[in-house]
Write a protein that binds this ligand. Structure first.
Ligand code: ADP
Ligand code: ASP
Ligand code: MG
Length: 405
């Protein structure tokens, strides 16, 4: 078998953890498998590097940020390879470019275009364990790029797809995908399986256990992912096309605090206004999530929408000229909000799921500011200060109360 294993930052945080990973990897190799290992930077290295950059130049170019941030993974691949050497196994570490990761040139959010697999293939043929730096690649100018935060998951899945690996194992600090963040909700329990579509929603809605691009890629190339613990040797959660039929309507509750709410008060209530607003936002490459438009009154209406927290100020600036020109009363933004979501393919065929969620939030005195739904999710926007409690009451309603839907 060809196995791709990915280890996140906490799994390689110190020497002891690095040796633990080396043992997991060499055990897999000793069973007769070809093994490719993708690693992230140790512990909080990436955050620390960002802080170092801020001290020098808060407006540093993205190219130089990538040059800096990619160094974290260079350290961890070398250390892990040294640990594997010490255990007496053949190993080689490779940076992103050496492993053939070619990306576009969007520094700090680069997309993988192709992986030139010859080098890795050669190393595997020589029976080496191949340790690859996650999160990084090279563009057509020969510059180092990074894939965006959490991007090592995507590096691993991309390698598994390109090399037709039998499985992609994502090792992390929890032993699978849970019904809610197990660090926040005590009664959350581990799922045996989850579908790509459900996992993609969950990842996009704030469950950082897998990066959403990695799930998108896994679905596209049909790569089976197993999410499991690097410390506890127990079965994890399988992410795949069709999970077995279960009675569970809802698979998990997610929280996303990376949200800004933009409020525009008093735009003219006439055709074309929504287009004028959202085309400007799109041109600025700002992704819009939930949109709410009020009923018109006195010839005006209000439009509220959400974007990623760090795009709030930019969205307001992008719109200011238009808002002033059409004589709207006010535009402002607020990052003290959170999005709480429930995800599950089962809700598609069951009415009442959304109502149940709204009911328990209402009973808990939590006000819903905005709502958005799709076939397999319901999201609500609430006050950030109430977010953790909201996750708890929603989790309790769907997973801890046997009388619940
Ligand atoms: P890594 O460094 O290994 O990439 P991350 O910190 O990116 O790990 O992701 C793992 C974290 O995801 C867990 O520690 C957990 O707190 C969080 N998480 C959020 N939602 C979930 C969920 N539904 N199931 C499991 N973990 C979750
Ligand atoms: N080290 C990078 C980050 O912290 C990539 C990753 O961990 O996946 O975002
Ligand atoms: Mg991660």
């Amino acid at each position: 078998m060809l196995v791709v294993q990915k280890f996140g930052g906490s799994s390689v945080a110190d020497a002891e953890r690095v040796f633990n990973v080396a043992r997991v990897v060499t055990d897999k190799y000793s069973e007769g498998n070809d093994v490719i290992v993708v690693v992230s930077a140790q512990g909080d290295t990436t955050d620390e590097l960002i802080e170092k950059a801020r001290e020098i130049n808060p407006d540093a170019s993205r190219r130089e940020m990538d040059m800096l941030l990619s160094s974290g993974e260079q350290i961890s691949i070398a250390l892990l390879a040294m640990a594997i050497e010490k255990l007496g196994f053949p190993v080689i570490s490779l940076l992103g470019w050496q492993a053939g990761f070619q990306t576009n040139s969007v520094y700090s959010a680069a997309r993988i275009k192709r992986i030139q697999t010859e080098r890795i293939q050669n190393e595997l043929d020589k029976k080496n364990i191949v340790v690859v730096a996650g999160f990084q690649g090279i563009n057509r100018f020969g510059d180092v790029t990074t894939l965006g935060r959490g991007g090592s998951d995507t590096s691993a899945v991309a390698l598994a797809a390109a090399l037709h690996a039998d499985i992609c194992q994502i090792y992390t600090d929890v032993d699978g995908v849970y019904t809610a963040d197990p660090r926040k909700v005590k009664n959350a329990f581990k799922l045996d399986e989850i579908t790509y579509d459900e996992m993609l929603e969950l990842a996009t809605l704030g469950a950082q256990v897998l990066n959403n691009r990695s799930v998108e890629m896994a679905k596209k190339y049909n790569v089976e992912i197993e999410v499991l613990s690097s410390l506890k040797r127990v079965p994890g959660t399988m992410v795949k096309e069709a999970a077995k039929m279960e009675k569970m309507l809802i698979k998990s509750v997610a929280k996303d605090t990376n949200v800004a709410r933009i409020m525009i008060v008093g735009v003219p209530d006439e055709p074309g206004v929504a287009f004028q607003i959202f085309s400007r936002v799109a041109k600025a490459h700002i992704n819009v999530d939930i949109i709410l438009q009020s009923v018109g009154r006195d010839g005006t209406k209000d439009i509220t929408f959400t974007v990623a927290a760090d795009k709030g100020a930019e969205a307001v600036e992008t719109l200011r000229e238009y808002i002033e020109r059409v004589g709207a009363q006010n535009i402002s933004y607020d990052t003290g909000v959170a999005k709480i979501s429930i995800v599950g393919a089962g809700m598609e065929t069951h009415e009442g799921v959304a109502a149940r969620m709204f009911e328990v939030l209402g009973d808990a005195g939590i006000n819903i500011q905005m709502i958005s739904t799709s076939e397999i999710k319901v999201s609500v926007l609430i006050d950030e200060a109430q977010a953790d409690r909201a996750v708890q009451v929603v989790h309790a309603a769907f997973f801890e109360d046997s009388l619940a839907l």
